[in-house]
Design a protein around this ligand. Structure first.
Ligand code: IPE
Ligand code: IPE
Ligand code: MG
Length: 247
């Protein structure tokens, strides 16, 4: 549970789970082993987020650009998500976890889409952690889809273009019912967003850590929460707790 040190718990933590391939390479193993090991880190992180009292945990599992990887790796990543839902859905449901999927569902093959819909449907009334899985997700793609949907309403005479504001755009994004992330963590030492939550990250705190995703665990999660608690979020205003000015 929250310790006094963790008095400020982020409501929404989003994670760019990166470094599975390099974790495997370093050990002379195929990339697929890194992805499987990464799944264990997912399980541990979901538990840690629940324990900490985080309300939303978003995990970037497959980007709209990841289709450019070799077909075998793409199939491997699809298979891992399929297995995760099949094996873990009952336990997640039992733990009162609500599952939400963001990303473009149209391109998903075979039984994956019905499985994801089943996971959302089964857990829709759960009230503990909301686990948001970003799958076939790309922020630009999401913004394009939102724009097309607004343009269609304008053409149909349902919407005055002058009435379009930020809240309306938020309402058309995949994350319409999800608050913006307070903290975005990226593992593996890369310091970029790679098309993740570009709109939603307007005032997020960022934390880039060197560990590869398969090595991520509860301890690193709680360390990240501690760093977050020490940040001063100003949202364009002045600090609520000003520090002494020297000089
Ligand atoms: C993250 O690890 C998993 C996905 C992007 C799906 P990577 O597969 O990107 O691993 P690296 O970055 O090549 O080490
Ligand atoms: C971002 O990682 C996507 C996911 C974690 C799912 P990538 O490994 O695809 O990003 P780049 O290519 O290094 O920017
Ligand atoms: Mg990567």
């Amino acid at each position: 549970m929250a310790t006094p040190e963790l008095a400020i718990i982020p409501r929404h933590v989003a994670i760019i789970m990166d470094g599975n391939g390099r974790w495997a390479n370093k050990r002379g193993l195929p990339r697929t082993v890194g992805h499987s090991k990464g799944m264990e880190a997912v399980r541990e992180t979901v538990k840690a987020a629940g324990e900490a009292g985080v309300e939303y945990l978003t995990l970037f599992a497959f980007s709209s650009e990841n289709w450019s990887r070799p077909e075998a790796e793409v199939n491997d990543l699809m298979g891992l998500l399929r297995r995760f839902i099949r094996r873990d859905l009952a336990e997640l449901h039992h733990s009162n976890v609500r599952i939400r999927i963001i990303g473009d569902r149209v391109k998903l093959r075979g039984d994956l889409l019905p499985l994801l819909l089943e996971a959302e449907e089964t857990t829709r009334n759960n009230t503990a952690l909301t686990l948001v899985i970003a799958f076939n997700y790309g922020s630009r793609d999401e913004i394009v889809r939102a724009t097309v949907s607004l343009a269609k309403d304008v053409r149909a005479g349902l919407l005055d273009p002058e009435a379009i504001d930020a809240a309306m755009i938020c309402g058309r994004l995949d994350t319409a019912d999800i608050p913006d992330p307070d903290l975005i963590i990226r593992t593996s030492g890369e310091e970029r967003l790679s098309n993740f939550l570009l709109w939603q990250a307007a005032y997020s705190e960022f934390l880039f850590i060197p560990e590869y995703w398969p090595d991520f665990d509860k301890q690193l999660f709680f360390q990240a929460l501690k760093v977050y608690a020490s940040r001063d979020r100003r949202f364009g205003a002045v600090s609520a707790t000003p520090t002494a000015v020297v000089g």
